[in-house]
Design a protein around this ligand. Sequence first.
Ligand SMILES: [Zn+2]
Ligand SMILES: [Zn+2]
Length: 309
Amino acid sequence: MTGLWPRVSSRAARLAPLLAAVLVGLPAATPGAAAHAGAHASGKGSLDTSALAIGDGKRSTSPQRGYLMACNPVIGGVAPTGPWIHGTTWSFPEKPTVSGSVSYPEASVTITVSGSVRRIVSNDLPVNHTTGIFPTQPSDDAYMYDPGNQGSVTAQSIDLSIPAKPKKTTPSCAGGQVGVMTSGVRLLNAFDANGFDAAAHEMQDDCSGHPNNAGYHYHSLPLCIPSGKKGRHSKLIGWAFDGFPIYGPLGEDGEYMRNDDLDACHGHTHKVKIDGKTKRLFHYHATQEFPYTVGCFRGTPTALQPPPP
Ligand SMILES: [Zn+2]
Ligand SMILES: [Zn+2]
């Protein structure tokens, strides 16, 4: 009677070779073994993904490294929890994922630049990866931790105009939605609708995505968007609402970045390849440390939207 026992589908148990390939060598697919990013060249230490600091309560009203300067209100309530939560840390390899491999042939995204405007049009369905099966099935081990989240992956209309040549200004709060990724999917800030660390608590698929009433989205480093290989600076994987680009987790030395390597908005400035040119430009990095992506806007956001329901 297998139905009585949810199928184990933690990342550690079921990382498929295909996914492993797109994980660009992300550390710690196996708990207790190799659970470390390569030691950072600056000697700041490696990141143990089996003991990531949970971002609950790490909300600030001014730019602060390791915190999220969030616009969305504190709502409260309870967050899904389980054996992957260890006090003030959570274990990436131990956390269950929503199973499945659903593809979206109708997915579309176009990103064009015209004058001073970069326009991103998509239908919020991922163009370059599959998703888990949503609503989460009762047979999925993720179901028992968050049975109330019954959102479906549905097409949404995204038509975003952001500055093509963004400028740094006084940092401002970020969220709920903070950008759009090259997959065409929305990026929300690191907090879930109740103000908890979404990556630590919410049930997500192997790509770190999941839907709510307003469609599919990420809250953290999207694991299925190809972002390059270790040893080189990550590729561009998305755009924030202030027009600055978002890159994957690898810094200039090709090593995984830590919060200490980035400013309070989770970015930094150096030469990057963008729009076919090499330019010295501020950019964000999506990493595995809270607040994961945009910690505050370094430029002026042009498309602030209310937090999702
Ligand atoms: Zn969410
Ligand atoms: Zn960089």
